[in-house]
Design a protein around this ligand. Structure first.
Ligand SMILES: Nc1ncnc2c1ncn2[C@@H]1O[C@H](COP(=O)(O)OP(=O)(O)O)[C@@H](O)[C@H]1O
Ligand SMILES: [Mg+2]
Length: 256
């Protein structure tokens, strides 16, 4: 198994408060990795450091062997690291279709393809067609003409997922992909992620607090607690770990 992303001794403080205290993390190519841990453990902060949204105070992040820890976020996106957010980020005033079309445009620009000046982007029939295919992939074909702000919470998350995939990332990082979803939406999302991953074969890192989602999807799990990784391994091994039971899973694990 090849390691596609290797983080070593990641440190991050907000002011004088240390949030990440020397985190090591390996993502294997094509794997589905879950980062779990209690609220406030530093999961989102670790995501931000990996994507370049916030600078690390120390440590190294190597992606396909190249050091990227100093690169700004947009350069990491160009290299193939995509992400979604705990609260979905989409273009609220645009329709679902327009959201995808501008993202296709962005991908074309990143690839150096000629698409004209930015204020004069006229989506070609090919762009429109691709956008429709991408919407159907996540079950949003009937929402194409709906402005994103009118989409349900679950549909906004699906649209955001589709936007990330439109950039064709090698690694997709999902911060709480099922946050705030109903149980049935959650099952649907797990099935959707499974299918997309099987079709595209990207590497996935997700944070998740729903253990059913973790067990349904991940082949590796890491537990972050107060800014330190306290366990990693298969989800089953992590769930059996006494320290993990003590600090995080508590009742849920003992009854499982
Ligand atoms: N921008 C920030 N400024 C100061 N403190 C922050 C900031 N972002 C997060 N924190 C703090 O860092 C800790 C970890 O937060 P976060 O990474 O969001 O945890 P998680 O995603 O695991 O719930 C929390 O105590 C939070 O209050
Ligand atoms: Mg978080």
């Amino acid at each position: 198994m090849t390691v596609i992303l290797e983080a070593r001794d990641i440190r991050k403080s907000y002011g004088a408060v240390p949030i990440l205290k020397g985190v090591d993390l390996d993502l294997t190519r094509g794997g589905t990795h879950a980062l779990i841990g209690p609220n406030g453990a530093g999961k989102t902060t670790l995501f931000k450091v990996l994507t370049g949204e916030t600078p690390a105070n120390g440590g190294s992040v190597r992606f396909s062997g190249k050091e990227i820890v100093k690169l700004p976020a947009f350069r990491r996106v160009q290299q193939g690291i995509g992400r979604t957010f705990q609260v979905a980020r989409v273009f609220m005033e645009m329709t679902a279709l327009e959201n995808i079309m501008v993202t296709i445009e962005r991908r074309m620009r990143m690839a150096g393809e000629k698409v004209g000046v930015w204020y004069d982007f006229r989506p070609s029939p090919a762009v429109r067609k691709e956008a429709m295919i991408r919407l159907s992939e996540v079950g949003l074909e009937n929402r194409a003409e709906t402005e994103a702000r009118y989409l349900s919470h679950g549909d906004k998350k699906r649209l955001e997922l589709s936007l990330s995939l439109t950039l064709e990332p090698e690694i997709l990082m999902l911060d709480e992909p099922t946050a705030g979803m109903s149980q049935s939406d959650r099952h649907e999302t797990v099935a959707l992620l499974k299918r997309l991953k099987a079709e595209r074969g990207f590497t996935m890192l997700m944070t998740e607090h729903d253990m059913d989602v973790v067990f349904g999807l991940a082949d590796a799990a890491m537990v972050l607690n107060y800014g330190e990784i306290i366990a990693c391994g298969t989800p089953e091994a992590v769930r059996r770990d006494p320290l993990v039971r003590e600090v995080y899973l508590g009742q849920e694990a003992t009854s499982a």
